[in-house]
Design a protein around this ligand. Sequence first.
Ligand code: F6R
Length: 376
Amino acid sequence: EKAGYKHFMLKEINEQPRAVRDTTLGRVSLDSGEVFLPDLQLTREDIQKATSLTIAACGTSWHAGLAGKFMIERLARIPVDVDYASEYRYRDPIPGSLGLLITQSGETADTIAAQLEMVSKGTPTLAICNVVGSAITRKASGVITTNAGPEIGVASTKAFTAQLTALFTLALYLGQQRGTVTPQQSKQYVAELAEIPRKLEEILRSVDDQCSELAKSFSTARDFLFLGRGIHYPIALEGALKLKEISYIHAEGYPAGEMKHGPNALIDETLPVVCIATKDPADPTSVLKYEKTLSNIQEVTARSGRVIAIATESDPIEHSHLTGLVEHTITIPQAPELLLPILEVVPLQLLAYHIAVRRGCDVDQPRNLAKSVTVE
Ligand code: F6R
């Protein structure tokens, strides 16, 4: 049932091209660029009237929500709040016009509690969920199903990339209904989205050996830092969570620009720092962000930190500039800024996996954790 893979986690990492493809299947038109999400049960008027959106989720699903905020704010121009579902109901929250729960299982007690809180305040809830008929989908007024298929490994992988895919289609759909994206932009985005499964296949082919090689020199580290800016920061958080939960190495995700406000004090020659330094050359804010991230990398190397960079394919001069700075670079294909997270998380998953295997950890069943957390 592991289809020849040593662990469910590795099998599920390798299923991501299929999971992403199935999550967009029948929901986007390459010809017109239109997105169809009838199960959301929202009218154009509902969408146009919405003035804010509140996302609640836990763990990896919360990281997807943080990335989703960038997608929805950029494409649909609706302000988005993202909450830990486990914190939500302890502060008399003010929900937005719409609530959105993100959950693989649909049975997470904290997320159910957040949904009840929203519903009790009269806010309709939407769910992005991988299990049809689960508790959260039954209570939701609209659903986007992630078609990742059953996820067995406790550490979430394919459900996460499917959630990012669903959030991207949601953002584009809301943008189309609100008129904040042009038909031309929509067509381009849908075409780029359709390329993601092929790019994931390319990454799976090219980075597995590199990650297993890196695991040799980094599996004995005591701590790890993961850095990213903008939409890449939630991916840094996700990289750190994957490593923590399956290898038991302490890891933190940090916004790259916050390092100088404290955490720089941690850097020494024993600290591996994974920096997400990807960019979309067609997007000026992405380029600016990339340049700032490069100077953050310089700050780490100047303090003898050991940098592993995740970068996009770029011209040779620029590439040599980056590789001259860092100990190792993992290169991934280019994509629009909002779609890069789906690609850049894969090397982080594989790095965590290979480090955990080297350390002899039980990858599919980490200690103290359950696949579905049904207590608050
Ligand atoms: C981490 C992980 C957990 C879950 C969290 C929410 O790899 O799997 O952090 O993401 O418990 O679970 P769902 O998405 O089922 O609500």
